[in-house]
Design a protein around this ligand. Structure first.
Ligand code: ATP
Ligand code: MG
Length: 429
């Protein structure tokens, strides 16, 4: 028997079809059983009439999430949830589901406890399809621009983003850390491949309970030889617009299911994004919004949110204070208090989605800053070698896949942007 998907059936609109899927909703009376059936593509109403006794008996046994196969004639019906109804002529019950734990009035924590079942929901299904587009677009973007995919180890001997969020792992008789970033290895890779990118799991033991931090997330990173700050920020903007265009091409239906304002996504996909310096951002916050942020402080969520809301677009903020930046972010020669780095802040309260910089080429400066962070520069000797053998300017950035997905989907919490979230308080299922 040839089965088609629910989406294909809805497109076909008439004739006999065979479908298989799960009971999404079910309603019974003494005359009819209405089964709203779902598969990975959509939902469709199927009706079983009482006149067909055997069929009616079978259908009456069905429960929410039971698996089944049905055959029947399609017809248009304005009252059905997706506009068509299948008049069932054959029905095979594959499995009668036990009472499904997820009904109405569930708390977010309950849904997370039942994540293995909740990923079937229309909401998470839509998010995961958009995520699929986003990750595909990232590969497409870099490959179309001549970047090579380059992989780094997940077990790493060094920190790259600060000791406080390192996950330590027993490694035979020794210890290593789970990757906080691909970057340090990428900086070796560019001497071989020039322009490279990667997308891989990234681990940070974030102790803060925010709606924007996961302990395990996917970071899409790039690194390119000879590239300077003004160029790398433009690559980041192009990448975001490229991703948004792909989502608009492929996922209008999912955006609608998520009740996302598509006109905003269209605007972000089309318009140019502003770049401002950190010092200008402070001016804006302190003068226009009467906030009181001194130079030298990292921007907090409320401040980032204000800046992006002011422009109602993603904004690139450059030249953060050197002293609060990682050792690999170089001071600006003309003004060493500011670093050659940037963040991209997304509007609508989503804040930082990308962080990047030119890379420090000054061995002495890096050694000093590593010592200040309590690190032994000796462990970084392999990395410092990259400055000893044909050092060249280069830049790169990291994009948080879940941050971008959460923003595009309009999610309240980053946890819904990944199939099985990991945070300080959540390691199951
Ligand atoms: P934040 O200040 O928000 O913690 P960060 O400055 O630590 O971010 P980077 O080290 O620049 O972040 O990492 C690059 C990108 O990775 C960030 O812009 C963000 O999109 C993403 N990212 C960083 N930490 C997390 C996390 N814990 N969970 C999800 N995404 C993250
Ligand atoms: Mg962080």
């Amino acid at each position: 028997m040839d089965y088609i998907t629910v989406e294909e059936a809805l497109k076909k609109g008439a004739g006999k079809v065979n479908l298989r899927g799960w009971v999404y909703r079910i309603r019974m009376s003494n005359k009819f059983v209405f089964i709203v059936m779902r598969d990975h593509t959509d939902i469709i109403q199927c009706v079983v009439k009482a006149e067909d006794k055997k069929l009616f008996e079978e259908a009456s046994k069905l429960t929410m999430e039971s698996s089944l196969k049905v055959s029947g004639e399609l017809k248009k019906d304005e009252r059905a949830p997706t506009g068509y109804e299948l008049g069932v002529s054959e029905l095979e019950v594959v499995q009668i589901a036990e009472p499904f734990p997820i009904t109405k009035d569930f708390s977010p924590e309950f849904l997370l406890d039942n994540r293995h079942l909740w990923i079937r929901s229309r909401k998470i299904n839509a998010v995961l399809k958009i995520r699929h587009t986003v990750t595909g677009a990232i590969h497409g973007f870099f490959r179309s621009r001549g970047y090579y995919e380059f992989d780094a180890p997940i077990f790493q001997p060094n920190m790259s983003e600060g000791g406080s969020t390192l996950f330590e792992v027993k490694y035979f008789k020794d210890k290593v850390y789970l990757s906080q970033s691909w970057q340090l290895y990428a900086e070796a890779g560019i001497f071989s491949l020039g322009k490279i990118y990667n997308m891989s799991p990234t681990f940070r033991s974030e102790k803060s309970k925010t709606s924007r931090h996961l302990a395990e997330f996917w970071m899409a990173e790039m690194e390119a030889a000879w590239m300077k700050l003004d160029e790398v920020t433009e690559v980041a903007k192009d990448e975001i617009r490229f991703i948004l265009k792909k989502v608009l091409e492929n996922n209008r239906k999912e955006l609608e299911i998520l009740e996302r304002d598509v006109s905003l996504i269209e605007k972000y996909a089309k318009e140019k994004y502003p770049t401002i310096k950190y010092a200008e951002a402070l001016g804006l916050l302190n003068k226009t919004y009467k906030m009181d942020v001194p130079f030298g402080k990292d921007l907090r969520t409320i401040e980032e949110a204000k800046i992006a809301e002011h422009f109602k677009l993603p904004v690139v903020v450059t030249h953060y204070p050197t002293e609060i930046m990682g050792f690999y972010k170089p001071p600006n020669r003309e003004n060493p208090k500011e670093a050659l780095c940037f963040d991209m802040l997304a509007p609508e309260g989503y804040c930082e989605i990308i962080g990047g910089s030119e890379r420090n080429l000054d061995i002495k400066d890096m050694e000093n800053r590593l010592r200040k962070e309590g690190e032994d520069p000796k462990t970084y000797d392999w990395y410092l070698d990259l400055r000893r053998y044909g050092s060249a300017p280069h830049s790169g950035y990291g994009l948080g896949v879940e941050r971008v997905v959460a923003w595009i989907c309009g999610l309240d919490n980053i946890k819904d942007a990944i199939p099985f979230p990991r945070t300080m308080l959540r390691k199951t299922p």
